[in-house]
Write a protein that binds this ligand. Structure first.
Ligand code: SF4
Ligand code: MG
Length: 320
């Protein structure tokens, strides 16, 4: 199907400053040259440890923050060339679901009003129509109508995420970035929210960018998966291909930590040494060399190319 989101050479750097006058002494390279395409109707999964830049990519793709370099096209439109007003008129088409949807909810505002507020802001419904529309999305998100007049504190974690999703879909967007939508929830509730996202995709045709640190979360929903390390993609492949033939040592290590349902199956656990290095001081050559069990001399010196290893499967490693 057609490309909805096209990202080319995207970089998002944050300046590191020092002293009273904020002299710039370096950059945190949160997003360090990303290329990806998200097709209409698919779920693209972005996986990485905290500090890998995944949230920043999500925000930069929606132009919620500034980029340093590169290009983001949404339905062919260069998002960073738009004026404020043009961008504002695009907003209903692209929405975000957060890990903690209540971070942005006022405890004194009834959730019906909180969900309906965006419709008023964008002039997409009259006051009389709003209640009807809010009830419709509440029900779509598995929440009974009587919740509409309740306050944020009256809801459980899973219900809160349903409200966060209702808030995102009330504008009937085409594209939704879901940033760790289930990582704050109990495992038993996680599956319900993943199923809800999947059902909504079926009925309303949404395109998702699903951001998670957990491969087993993206496994169920995603058609294509990109693995991120220190602001760069190290591997990208269709879901089944990634799970059956992981190529990059980092992906192999992440996969080796995912429990296998079949108790007789054996998977060798690859344990990585140390933590993810600071994106302010990324290692030379292959950024993964400080933790890679197979690192060689060349890995410290030369950056591996991110290249097609066959069948739409991309990886960046000297040994492949
Ligand atoms: Fe490991 Fe070297 Fe491959 Fe990087 S390039 S993943 S350090 S083997
Ligand atoms: Mg994050």
């Amino acid at each position: 199907s057609e490309a909805l989101v096209q990202v080319k050479g995207l970089k998002t750097y944050f300046p590191i400053t020092q002293g009273l006058w904020g002299r710039k002494v370096g950059d945190v390279k949160a997003v360090d040259g990303i290329d990806l395409t998200i097709r209409r109707g698919e779920t693209f999964g972005l996986v990485g440890e905290s500090g890998s830049g995944k949230s920043t990519i999500g925000r930069t793709i929606l132009r919620l923050g500034e980029k340093t370099d590169g290009e983001v096209r949404f339905d062919g439109i260069d998002l960073y060339s738009l004026s404020r007003n043009e961008l504002r008129s695009m907003r209903p088409r692209m929405q975000m679901v957060f890990q903690d949807p209540f971070g942005s909810l006022n405890p004194r505002i009834r959730i019906g009003d909180a969900i309906g507020e965006a419709l008023l802001d964008h002039g997409l419904a009259s006051k009389a129509e709003i209640r009807e529309k809010v009830l419709e999305v509440l029900n779509l998100c598995g929440l009974a109508s009587y919740h509409i007049d309740r306050y944020p504190h009256e809801f459980s974690g899973g219900q809160r995420q349903r409200i966060g999703i209702a808030r995102a879909i009330i504008l009937n967007p085409e594209f939704i970035v879901a940033d760790e939508p289930v990582s704050a929830l109990d495992v038993s509730i996680q599956a319900q929210i993943i199923n809800l996202l999947s059902d909504l995709q079926g009925s309303r045709g949404y395109t998702y960018l699903l951001i998670s640190h957990d491969l087993s979360v993206v496994e169920h929903l995603c058609t294509t998966i990109g693995v991120l390390y220190l602001g760069s993609l190290v591997e990208l492949a269709p879901r089944d291909e990634l799970f059956s033939h992981p190529q990059h040592p980092y992906t192999k290590a992440l996969l080796s930590a995912v429990p296998i349902p079949d108790p007789t199956a054996v998977r060798e656990r690859i344990v990585l040494k140390g933590d993810i290095p600071s994106p302010a001081h990324p290692p030379s050559g292959c950024k993964f060399h400080t933790r890679c069990p197979w690192a060689e001399a060349v890995c410290r010196e030369q950056k591996p190319m991110f290249r097609d290893v066959g069948g739409g499967h991309y990886a960046a490693c000297h040994l492949i």
